[in-house]
Design a protein around this ligand. Sequence first.
Ligand code: UDP
Length: 273
Amino acid sequence: MKQRREEAAKSRRPFASEGTDGYFRDQPVELHIPTVDILGIPIHQLDREKLLWRLRERQEAGLSTWLVTANAELIVRAGDNPTLARALRGADLLVADGSGVIWAARTLGTPLPERIPGVEIAEDLIKWAASEGLKVYFLGAEPGVAKTAVAQLRTKYPGLTVVGYHHGYFSKDEEQGIIEEISNLRPDILLVALGAPRQELWLAEHTSHLGVSLAVGVGGSLDVWAGRAKRAPAWMGNRGLEWLYRLITQPWRAKRMLALPVFVYRVMKTKGR
Ligand code: UDP
C-alpha cells in the first residue's frame, strides 16, 4: 500500500485506502467526473448513490472536499454575481439540488441522473458519520435550533459523534472564534446551514484553512431536523413542485422565488443559441 501511495503521490492520482465494501480497494481515486454546464455552473453527473461513493472514496484517500448542492436559485444568483460564480466553480463537487436543474439539463440536451436534495444528502452523511464514528460539526440556523436538531439526530442515529455546533447569526468579530473552534475540533464533516448563497460564499472563503475533510452547505436542514420546518410531501417533490410548497408555507420567500422564471428564461435562451 505504501508503494502505491508513493506512486499515487507522484502521479497526483491518490489511491483510496481499504474500502469497507471492497469497492474502492486498491482503486485509484477517479478525480475526473463528467460535468454538465448549467448557465456557466458545472454540475457533476452523479446520482445520490454514486455521490456517496465518491465522497467516501475522497475521504479515504485523504482528499478534502467541498460539496455544493446547487438549485436553480443559486445558479441564477451566480449568473448575476461573478464572485459567487467563481466560488462555485472552485467547489470540488457540485450536484443538482432540485428539479429545476434536472429540467434545465434535459432541456439543454445533457441530462443529469437525478435530483439530490441537500437535506437528503446531509442526512446520508449523518448516517455515514454515525456508522463509522466520524466527527460532525454544525454551523448555522437560529440560536437553539442546532441543539434541538442534534438531540433529534442522536436519537435517530445512536453513535453519532457531534463535536460542536454554533448558530448562524454571528458577527464578524465572533467569526474568528468560530473558525478557531472548528479548526481545533477537527471535525470530519462540517455542515453549514447559513442559507444560500451565504453558506457557499462563507465556505469558499474558509474551507481551505478549517482542516475539515468534508464541508457542505445544507440550507434549512437544521430547521427540518429540529422540527421547525417541513419538507414538501413526496408527491410534490416528485412532480417538481417543492417551490410551490415553499411558497405556500414560507410566503416571505416570494421575492427570492422570482429567480425561478429568470432561470427558465435563461435556459431557454441558452437552448436557442
Ligand atoms: N441562516 C443563518 N444565518 C443567516 C441567515 C440564515 O444561520 O445569517 C439560517 C436560517 O436560520 C435557516 C437557514 O440559514 O436555518 C436557511 O434556510 P433556507 O431554508 O432559507 O435555506 P436556503 O433555501 O437559503 O438554502
